[in-house]
Structures are given as structure tokens and as C-alpha cells.
Ligand binder design. Structure first.
Ligand SMILES: Cc1cc2nc3c(=O)[nH]c(=O)nc-3n(C[C@H](O)[C@H](O)[C@H](O)COP(=O)(O)O)c2cc1C
Ligand code: SF4
Ligand code: SF4
Length: 251
């Protein structure tokens, strides 16, 4: 069984490649969180995988909270691994996953880092197409090596240092700064897609059908990258910046 979380497709792409190669099933953490599906039966499964993005060097908040609620039926110390898709480098996410699993008495055989395009355009920029394609091709080569390792049930990286944060905290959009900076500009057509895809249910319809952000946001940036009208911005940080979705997976 492969649990994955994705906003812009990188982790879904990796999870589906792993599923294709191993025959393992995939479970979308975003959809499971939204529908309250926390009990999963892995009787007969040979492996347990978590394929998720790195947020500030640790697990995304939604993944940390999902792990706290997760109940695995049929868990019998199956081989357990993490794959962390990241824009540049890893930090404490392997330790964070190990600690979250240990808290549930689930074993851990280690993790793998997978560098893919960086979707955190609050700080960075999406590179030109040729560079983007080179990053995606490099990720495919790295993923082949990860698949070989996972099929062989080999140990991955285990970081024994204490994670800096157990997970990236979800943010209350009513407070200043952080995700309270998300807004839709005049290009919004009130299509409702951002509301439908937000894994946290943070986006509500306003009086004109246009989005209003309320409550807790995990900062995944799915709404911002996937708005078809390119209407969503994060303060002034994302103005005129290219949006990104992994071109090789259906979202
Ligand atoms: C809030 C946030 C924080 C991020 N922090 C990091 C980071 O610390 N290091 C890194 O290499 N990439 C970081 N990234 C980039 C993502 O981990 C990377 O693009 C990932 O592959 C996106 O996965 P997805 O397409 O499945 O959503 C961050 C992205 C977001 C949205
Ligand atoms: S996805 Fe974009 S266009 Fe559609 S409602 Fe949301 S902000 Fe408006
Ligand atoms: S509001 Fe946007 S950034 Fe926040 S959780 Fe929802 S989709 Fe992700």
C-alpha cells in the first residue's frame, strides 16, 4: 500500500510509478483526509510506502496529522519506506517520518529523496522548459533506482537526529502573514476548482461564488498552481511567476 500526498503532481507521479512496478495499491492522503478515511486494511500487502513532498525540511502538516489518525488493519511489520519529493534537498523529513511511525508502533526501513521541480514559488521560480525537462528526466533515473531498492526491500536512509519539527504546521489563514496572503484576483471565473481540490477544505464560496480562504491551510499551493485562470496569488510573492503541474501525471 502506498500513501501519497500531492499538490502539483510530483509525488503522485512517483507513487504511481512505484505502484506500477510493485503492484501495490495507492491511497491519496488528501482525499482520505477530506473524507475522514483513516482506517486502512493492509492484510496481504507486502510493503507500506509514504510518498510525499518535503515542506520546510519536514513532513507536510496534513501528512503529519493524517499519520496521527491512521489505523492500519493487518499490519504485520511489512517493509516500510518513505519517498520524499523535494525541490532541492532533504533535511529532517526522514527522521520526522520515522518518529511519526514509531509513535504508532510501525517499523521503518528508511527513506529515499527524489529531487523534482520545486513548486514553492513563494521563494523560487519555475525554471525554463529545457531545465524543467532535465530535472524531470533526472527524477526518472533516480526513481528507477528507488524502485529497484523498494522491490528488493532494501534499507533506505535513516536519519537518527531529532527532527526540527515533527511536521510543517498548518496555518490559520485569519492570522497575519503565512497563508493568509492567498487571494484570488479579478481573473477568477468562480469555476470552483480551487475549492474542489483543496485537501483541507479551506476554500469556501464567497457571495459571488469566488473563493474565500477560512480556517486551517497546509500551504500545499495546489490552489495557486492549478487555478485555470491563474487568478490565485500569494501576496506579491507570486506575481508574474510561472505556475507548475507535473506534466506526466493526471491530477
Ligand atoms: C510549503 C512548501 C515548502 C517546501 N519546502 C521545501 C524544502 O524545504 N526543501 C525542498 O527541497 N523543497 C521544498 N518544497 C518543494 C516541494 O517539496 C517539491 O516541489 C515537491 O516535489 C512538490 O510535490 P507535489 O508536486 O507532489 O506537490 C516545498 C514546497 C512547499 C509547497
Ligand atoms: S480555481 Fe481559479 S478561477 Fe476557479 S474559482 Fe478558484 S480562483 Fe476562481
Ligand atoms: S488553501 Fe490552497 S494552499 Fe491551502 S491547503 Fe488549500 S489548496 Fe493547499
Amino acid at each position: 500500500m502506498i500513501f501519497y500526498f500531492t499538490a502539483t503532481g510530483n509525488s503522485k507521479y512517483a507513487a504511481e510509478k512505484l505502484a506500477e512496478a510493485t503492484g501495490d495499491r495507492t491511497v491519496d492522503i488528501g482525499a482520505a483526509w477530506k473524507s475522514g478515511a483513516f482506517v486502512h486494511d493492509m492484510t496481504g500487502d507486502e510493503r507500506l510506502g509514504f510518498v510525499v513532498p518535503v515542506f520546510a525540511g519536514t513532513l507536510p502538516g496534513i501528512v503529519g496529522l493524517f499519520l496521527e489518525k491512521l489505523e492500519l488493519k493487518g499490519y504485520a511489520r511489512q517493509y516500510t519506506y518513505g519517498v520524499f519529493t523535494c525541490g532541492a534537498s532533504s533535511e529532517f523529513e526522514s527522521a520526522a517520518l520515522g518518529a511519526a511511525l514509531a509513535a504508532k508502533s510501525i517499523g521503518y526501513n528508511g527513506s529515499y529523496d527524489l529531487v523534482m521541480p520545486d513548486n514553492f514559488i513563494v521563494w523560487s521560480d519555475i525554471p525554463p522548459k529545457a531545465r524543467l525537462n532535465a530535472i524531470l528526466a533526472g527524477a526518472d533515473r533516480a526513481l528507477e533506482r528507488i524502485i529497484t531498492s523498494v522491490k528488493a526491500k532494501a534499507d533506505g536512509k535513516i536519519d537518527s537526529s531529532a527532527p526540527r519539527m515533527p511536521f510543517f504546521p498548518n496555518q490559520d489563514v485569519s492570522t497575519s502573514g503565512g497563508t493568509s496572503k492567498l487571494y484570488a484576483d479579478g481573473k477568477c471565473t468562480a469555476c470552483g476548482l480551487c475549492r474542489a481540490i483543496c485537501p483541507m477544505g479551506t476554500i469556501k464560496p464567497g457571495a459571488d461564488g469566488k473563493p474565500v480562504w477560512e480556517g486551517s491551510c497546509t500551504m500545499c499551493l495546489a490552489c495557486l498552481h492549478r487555478c485555470p485562470a491563474r487568478a490565485i496569488e500569494h501576496g506579491g510573492d507570486t506575481l508574474n511567476k510561472t505556475r507548475y503541474v507535473n506534466p506526466n501525471v493526471a491530477l
